[in-house]
Design a protein around this ligand. Structure first.
Ligand code: NAD
Ligand code: ZN
Length: 368
């Protein structure tokens, strides 16, 4: 059935987000409709409103949500009404060579579902009946969303929705960059550049994986204080040093792993430069498509350095989301502390402004 839903929409790049009442159609084959309970505000949502991530408007934002299944489409057996689910922007076909080798974030077919459902269409319409694109096959910054079953992961019903939501992006991205992409060895030294929702989770991933030193790098003292609460052993304020990479190197002798959680070529360069011999820099931040990074080529072979990327923490969502929630329940990952502030959907523009101002670990929109 069609449902009316308040939704956070980008109508035009460079303009504040708008809250609109949209129509969310019921599920087709292999789809489910979710009543959204909570949705985190990620920097990637902001990037979609500026065109840095060039998803075409009109676009329903949101890719980091938890909710309850209210309707299942034909052929759906894995979900039933009442199940708690977390959204995932990884659209995996399950059949291509990347999926079968266990790398669904690289699914060959997923590129077709960047701002629509995997079949190329959407279930969302504006007041005038025109189709609305959806961020990452999700569009979950809305009271309801209809998604393909592969963009939903069933989760433990005892976890509060606002915590579970964050596993859909920030937590999986940060922790997964450490666990899955870097496969950080215990006793390593690490640096994290950019202490937002993603960087804080890279820090706690380093803690859980047994890093010896963890240096947090940011320009915002409040973020560096949060970094300490999440387990950073040292901090560097980029405004207080001439060269952040040199400062990290001086403290650590050169890190084994550096995580770039900003999304800018110059910061990738800093992360790479902070490495010791044999080190690995992992780029997590999403830069503008035109952005470039340069590095001293000789250091790749002579120091056996590695520069690699990480998309949603190299997740296998159906496996990793429950694994991460298990670590939370075991007291080994902080999720409660990640939610600095909750917002109503009417306050969505404020939530984006607060992220830009660096006020929150994560701001979360909570629905009634
Ligand atoms: P955020 O806005 O919450 O945090 C970004 C942090 O970077 C802020 O604390 C800011 O002060 C800091 N920063 C800015 N410039 C800096 C610099 N030059 N040096 C050091 N720190 C600096 O953002 P977030 O939600 O944590 O997202 C971080 C990045 O990760 C974004 O680019 C986002 O698009 C990207 N992202 C990537 C994936 C992925 O799958 N790879 C998933 C989610 C988000
Ligand atoms: Zn995100």
């Amino acid at each position: 059935m069609d449902r009316q839903a308040k939704a956070v929409v980008c109508r035009e790049w460079g303009q504040p987000v708008q809250v609109e009442t949209i129509t969310v159609e019921g599920p087709k084959r292999d789809e489910i409709t979710i009543k959204i309970a909570a949705c985190g505000v990620c920097h990637s949502d902001l990037s979609a409103t500026t065109g840095k991530i060039p998803y075409p408007p009109p676009l329903v934002l949101g890719h980091e949500a938890a909710g309850v299944v209210v309707e299942v489409g034909e052929g759906v057996t894995a979900f039933k009404e009442g199940d708690h689910v977390v959204s995932t922007f990884i659209s995996m076909c399950g059949k291509c060579s990347q999926c079968v080798r266990g790398r669904p974030v690289l699914c060959e077919n997923a590129r077709k579902a960047m701002f629509n459902l995997p079949d190329g269409t959407v279930r969302t319409k504006g007041a005038d009946g025109e189709p609305l694109n959806v961020f990452g096959a999700c569009g979950v910054m809305a009271e309801f969303a209809t998604m393909h079953v592969d963009n939903c992961v069933k989760v433990d019903e005892t976890v509060p929705m606002q915590n579970a939501a964050l596993v859909g992006c920030a937590v999986m991205t940060g922790v997964g960059a450490v666990f899955n992409t870097a496969k950080l060895e215990p006793g390593s030294r690490a640096a994290v550049f950019g202490i937002g929702g993603v960087g804080l989770n890279a820090i706690q991933g380093c803690v859980t994986a047994g890093a010896e030193m963890i240096v947090a790098v940011d320009s915002n003292p409040a973020k560096l204080a949060m970094a300490k609460e999440f387990g950073a052993t040292h901090t560097v304020n980029i405004n207080e040093v001439e060269d952040a990479a040199k400062a990290v190197k001086k403290m650590t002798g050169g890190v084994d792993y550096a995580f770039e959680c900003v999304g800018a070529g110059p910061v990738v360069e800093q992360a790479y430069k902070s490495l010791g011999r044999g080190g690995t820099a992992v780029v997590v931040g999403v830069a503008d498509p035109k952005d470039k990074t340069s590095l001293t080529t000789l250091t790749l072979p002579a120091d056996e350095r590695t520069l690699k990327g990480s998309w949603l923490g190299s997740a296998r969502p159906q496996h990793d989301f429950p694994r991460i929630l298990g670590l939370y329940k075991a007291g080994k990952l902080k999720l409660d502390e990640l939610v600095t502030r909750t917002y109503t959907i009417e306050e969505a523009a404020q939530a984006f402004d607060d992220m830009v101002a660096g006020k929150n670990a994560r701001g979360v929109i909570v629905f009634e």
